[in-house]
Write a protein that binds this ligand. Structure first.
Ligand SMILES: Cc1cc2nc3c(=O)[nH]c(=O)nc-3n(C[C@H](O)[C@H](O)[C@H](O)COP(=O)(O)OP(=O)(O)OC[C@H]3O[C@@H](n4cnc5c(N)ncnc54)[C@H](O)[C@@H]3O)c2cc1C
Length: 396
């Protein structure tokens, strides 16, 4: 396998996924002179809503933004006053946990769409190949990897980095272990300005967010940029819900009925206020990797972000860890030009695995405390065993 300098001057890096991890890694590597291409499943940057607001912490997300030379733009796009956070119960009274819910380390908030747009805008033209859904990564005889896409021509690269999130198609080449569904799906609804202007909910949420928590359930209300307020409902449902419930996500009346049934023990007045969404819902089935899983480094492959350590958003750190992975990998690839790429990736992955163990452990503890969630990792899922056959051992 090539040295880092050979990779930088004559090799190619293919990053799968243009989320925060992939776009940040592309930015950091491009500024160091690497030849980088990002392959993204979405047909365009605006193909789907990107979700709510994320806080970037000083020792994680902000470090990557700083090194990427984007701090000025980040400061312009982010909102410091959005850190304000209240916790109330299902009757709208102060929650017994009180200020325990306030995130002390929280950084300024930035909408996920704005963060992505900022990173996309920092890349050289044509860095992103949109509408490229990776199907598989296969070893070539010369040590490189071939990326195979749905309805697109294959591409060969020296280093392939999976930044393709929880359903990663790169991960099966490194480990058979797959994320477990936690049993909970976050359902997100939007209240647009026309609906919330001057209303009680707007006063309540202020510039930040409110978490209503009771009966192992939450409703999280979050003010975002672009005149949006987002509501997240925690739903204990099957992974394929609402299809398994017999209706579609765009059947807003049926979804609202399901929310009202799930929160039947909550104050009816509060629930009426917290269900005035504008009719569109998004769903995030929450999955988590086993905290102690490990994988062997494969020459020419790497993973960053949720693809390697998907976890529910209970500690609000997923994007911070994703950006930190990308920062560390990019720095390691330039630290010692003579070092072998595989050795450098192995060192990064060891640090990532150590960090992941602690972070997933903490996240599961919070999930247990707030939601009573217990995820059983003791038995391999059938899908783990199926995926064993996909691992391709490659000799260095
Ligand atoms: C409801 C919710 C709230 C959250 N809140 C917070 C928070 O407050 N703070 C925080 O730090 N984190 C939060 N997170 C977690 C955070 O969003 C993720 O950890 C972060 O987005 C991970 O970034 P990523 O780039 O690794 O993956 P992703 O953001 O998932 O990006 C993956 C990209 O890969 C693309 N892709 C997927 N499959 C393929 C394929 N086969 N081929 C090509 N492209 C593909 C996808 O389209 C996507 O663009 C939250 C998550 C959820 C679900």
């Amino acid at each position: 396998m090539k040295s880092c300098e050979e990779l930088r001057t004559g090799g190619t890096v293919a990053i799968v996924g243009a989320g925060p991890a992939g776009t940040m890694l592309a930015r950091l590597l491009q500024t160091q002179g690497f030849s980088v291409k990002v392959f993204e499943r979405d047909a365009s940057p605006t193909a789907r809503p990107q979700g709510g607001s994320l806080d970037l912490r000083k020792n994680a997300g902000q470090r990557a933004v700083e090194q990427a030379g984007l701090m000025e733009e980040f400061t312009h796009l982010s909102r410091s006053d959005a850190k304000a956070f209240k916790m109330l119960d299902s009757q709208g009274n102060p929650h017994p946990a009180g200020e325990a819910g306030t995130h002390e380390e929280a950084g300024p908030e930035i909408d996920r769409g704005d963060l992505r747009q900022m990173l996309l805008g920092s890349l050289a033209p044509d860095t992103i190949a949109w509408d490229h859904t990776l199907k598989d990564v296969l070893p070539e005889t010369d040590g490189r990897w071939r990326l195979e896409f749905k309805d697109q021509a294959p591409v060969v690269a020296d280093l392939v980095v999976g930044a393709d999130g929880v359903g990663s198609r790169v991960r099966p080449r490194l480990t058979p272990v797959r994320p477990r569904y936690t049993g909970m799906t976050m359902l997100a609804g939007v209240i647009r300005k026309e609906l919330w202007r001057g209303t009680e909910i707007s006063d309540l949420v202020g510039e930040g967010s409110v978490m209503f928590a009771d009966h192992n359930q939450t409703i999280f209300v979050q003010r975002c940029s672009h005149d949006l307020i987002l509501l997240y409902y925690s739903m204990v449902v099957a992974q394929d819900w609402p299809a398994s419930g017999g209706f579609a996500l765009d059947d807003s009346d049926a979804v609202l009925d399901a929310i009202k049934a799930a929160y039947k023990d909550w104050s009816p007045e509060l629930l009426a206020m917290l269900t005035q969404v504008d009719g569109k819902f998004n769903r995030w089935p929450l999955s988590v990797m086993p905290p102690d899983y490990q994988w062997e480094t494969q020459p020419g492959l790497a993973m960053v972000g949720d693809s390697s350590h998907a976890m529910p958003p209970f500690t609000g750190k997923g994007v911070n860890l994703a950006l930190l992975d990308s920062l560390e990998l990019a720095n390691a690839l330039v630290a010692d030009p003579a070092a072998e790429v595989t050795a450098v990736v192995r060192g990064c992955e060891a640090r990532m695995q150590e960090r992941t163990r602690n972070e997933i452990g903490e996240c599961l503890g919070v999930g247990q405390f707030i939601y009573g969630l217990e995820v059983d990792f003791s038995k391999p899922q059938e899908s783990d065993l199926r995926n064993l056959s996909q691992i391709v051992p490659v000799k260095e």
